[in-house]
Design a protein around this ligand. Structure first.
Ligand code: GUN
Length: 297
């Protein structure tokens, strides 16, 4: 392995490892109980969402998780979606419920997520689960932050006392990963700064960063001149940029300009093949956790 290769965090192979570990655990679990069961709701025809959902279902199958895809029409009434969610909450055969976002614009995603039982909330988006992260006693952690922590763990990145700069303050990634990394825990104990669109002089803040998590959804916004040598860079972005040389007419890039940042980073996640596959792998873990939780109740 040359030094250039060592610097790239291989999320794809770590995710495959986690999927295979989870499959083994599920095999054991299923003998004493039954196969974990995940319900996935998708509404609307966002093409990226469809790809993500297909991927989640396919991976569930690989793990021995039974899954059910519920496709709802674009114009579904909020009340009807809530009725469906309640039915899944009360269904003892369902362990995990996931509502793929974005929902059609007439439905408030916060209200929809509030309808999911926190004990079946395998996405970890329910306020109860986000509150448990704040408490320092997480139950279900959103899959992307959970995947980032797992990558950091498996690549032996020491976070204690380190300066972490998070770019992006979303409820799905920025805020939970900030809390987890600041937490008094094995993969926490970092000094965390959250930057966002109103941050002044981001370059000055980034000069202090030992670890950067970039989760803003802006193609290649972090460039090599903004980071210090030896930095660890986690790129959460998945952006489509026009590329006429590709069959699909676009290519995927992250929020990080890989070309320039990778020259200075000691470790960096690529896009695709970095954080993305980890998100799906952690969903499998969360689904097994939900099934185990139900057995205890
Ligand atoms: N849309 C984009 N990412 C996600 C995710 O992790 N979960 C859900 N439910 N929707 C998403």
């Amino acid at each position: 392995m040359d030094s250039e290769m060592r610097k790239i965090i291989d999320g794809k192979s770590i995710a495959a490892q986690i999927v295979s570990e989870t499959a083994k655990e599920i095999e054991v679990f299923s003998k004493g109980s039954r196969v974990p069961h995940l319900a996935v709701i998708i509404s609307g025809d966002d093409s990226a969402s469809r790809i993500y959902v297909r991927n989640k279902i396919k991976t569930a199958e690989k793990c021995g998780i039974k899954s059910e895809l519920i496709t709802l029409p674009d114009d579904i009434k909020e009340i009807e979606l809530f009725r469906r969610l309640n039915k899944l909450n009360n269904d003892i055969n369902i362990d995990g419920i996931l509502v793929q976002l974005p929902l059609p614009s007439h439905i408030d995603p916060k209200k929809a997520i509030n309808q999911i039982s926190p004990y079946k909330d395998v996405d970890g988006f329910h306020p109860y689960n986000l509150g448990r992260i704040l408490e320092g006693d997480p139950l279900f952690v959103p899959c992307t932050p959970l995947g980032i922590i797992e990558l950091i763990k498996r690549y032996d990145v020491d976070t204690t006392g380190k300066n972490v700069v998070i770019i992006g303050r979303s409820i799905i990634v920025g805020k939970p990963i900030a809390m987890l990394l600041a937490d008094k825990s094995e993969n926490g104990n970092a000094t965390v700064t959250i930057c966002h669109s109103k941050t002044r002089d981001i370059k000055k803040i980034l000069e202090t960063a030992d670890i950067i998590v970039c989760a803003v959804g802006k193609a290649e916004m972090l460039t090599g001149d903004m980071v210090k040598p030896g930095v660890v860079v986690i790129d959460v972005g998945i952006n489509r940029v026009k590329d006429v040389t590709k069959k699909k007419g676009y290519r995927l890039v992250g929020d990080v300009d890989f070309e320039s940042v990778s020259k200075k980073a000691s470790l960096i996640t690529p896009v695709p093949g970095g954080v993305g596959p980890m998100t799906v792998a952690m969903l499998m873990r969360n689904t097994l956790k939900a099934a185990r939780l139900k057995c205890k109740k």
